[in-house]
Design a binder for this molecule. Structure first.
Ligand SMILES: Nc1nc2c(ncn2[C@@H]2O[C@H](COP(=O)(O)OP(=O)(O)OP(=O)(O)O)[C@@H](O)[C@H]2O)c(=O)[nH]1
Ligand SMILES: [Mg+2]
Length: 318
């Protein structure tokens, strides 16, 4: 899994999706139920337009059941979208998707074929879902990027055909907080992330939403007030100490993130629809400010260039 996204990759994926979309009646977008917003692909919504979409909150076994409900409700309020939780722990939850696709397209009627495609960011479980739907191993699964070559048509029953496109998309990394959450669940290459950043960010969220689990897991006497206090206490409890009893923050952070990923802190979700709305607005503002700064710098450079040329011609005319 864990592909690094470069402009060339992104362009190629955009072209593939653009070419495939007109051939499909319905788009299946696989999300990670622990981070339904951060695991969305920002381009898919834009290219999909009004095409019906089935959002799958996969790995629901690892997510907070209450927050999964909140997210499902949130997505279903949007036009043309159905949302369902799925998990390999409950294969029935995946098999139920096929009849649901037929229900979503009643105009197709009896005997007609529905064509669909599955897209999503790396490691959300696309190949696993394709194999369960097809009831045979047609896609390679595991911690490897999807190496789908060419386009296969897979009949998954109930008149539904799956276009096996290389539907691997990039995550929502424009928002820095999404980056921390993607890093926390393991969707960002280890060499491209910092455990301490991910740990502090997630610890802060957990202190707000799941503080009892932190206290219990690490045998803390009281609830820490800040992420720093928590990481330091975890470090002391787990013997992550440098000389003179100073806590090794990096080691303590890595322990926390690794245990969180492995589900040792229980099933949890790291974001809510309210957070998403606020963060989206903040991201738009940040991008706009950056653009403004870029434009101002370009203007400054232009003025400086003109001044330089003027000075040159004055010198020449002297
Ligand atoms: N706990 C849990 N693990 C899952 C679930 N679905 C998939 N996985 C695991 O997640 C990992 C990635 O699954 P894949 O099906 O290979 O994911 P993918 O989206 O095809 O990944 P890429 O091909 O890299 O884009 C595998 O180790 C799966 O076993 C699930 O519902 N719950
Ligand atoms: Mg795959």
């Amino acid at each position: 899994m864990q592909i690094q996204w470069f402009p060339g990759h992104m362009h190629k994926a955009r072209v593939q999706i653009k070419e495939t979309l007109p051939k499909v009646d319905l788009v299946i977008e696989v999300l990670d139920a622990r981070i339904p917003y951060s695991s969305e692909n920002p381009m898919l919504a834009e290219l999909r337009g009004d095409k019906p979409c089935l959002k799958i909150l996969n790995k629901a076994d690892l997510a907070d059941p209450e927050l999964v409900k909140v997210w499902l409700k949130f997505f279903e309020q949007q036009k043309g979208i159905k949302a369902r939780p799925t998990s390999t722990e409950d294969r029935g939850s995946i098999r139920q998707l096929t009849p649901l696709m037929s229900q979503m397209l009643p105009e197709k009627g009896e005997g007609k074929t529905i064509t669909t495609m599955i897209a999503g960011i790396p490691n959300v479980g696309k190949s696993t879902i394709i194999n369960i739907l097809a009831n045979k191993k047609v896609a390679k699964t595991g911690n490897e990027p999807a190496v789908t070559k060419g386009q296969q048509r897979i009949n998954i029953g109930d008149g539904v055909t799956l276009l096996d496109t290389p539907g691997v998309l990039w995550p929502n990394v424009e928002n820095i907080y999404s980056g921390y959450r993607l890093a926390t669940i393991g969707s960002i290459k280890e060499t491209a992330m910092d455990y301490a950043d991910a740990a502090f960010f997630s610890a802060e969220f957990m202190l707000k939403h799941y503080h009892a689990r932190l206290v219990e897991r690490y045998g803390m006497e009281t609830v820490p007030n800040t992420a720093m206090e928590f990481i330091e206490e975890l470090g002391r409890k787990r013997g992550c100490l440098r000389k003179a009893g100073i806590v090794d923050i990096d080691r303590a952070s890595k322990i926390f993130v690794t245990e969180l990923r492995a589900g040792k802190l229980g099933a949890l979700t790291l974001e809510t629809p309210e957070m998403m709305v606020l963060e989206k607005a903040a991201t738009i503002e940040r991008i706009a400010a950056k653009e403004k700064e870029k434009a101002a710098n370009a203007k400054k450079r232009k003025v400086a260039f003109k001044e330089k040329n003027k000075a040159k011609s004055r010198k020449r005319n002297r």
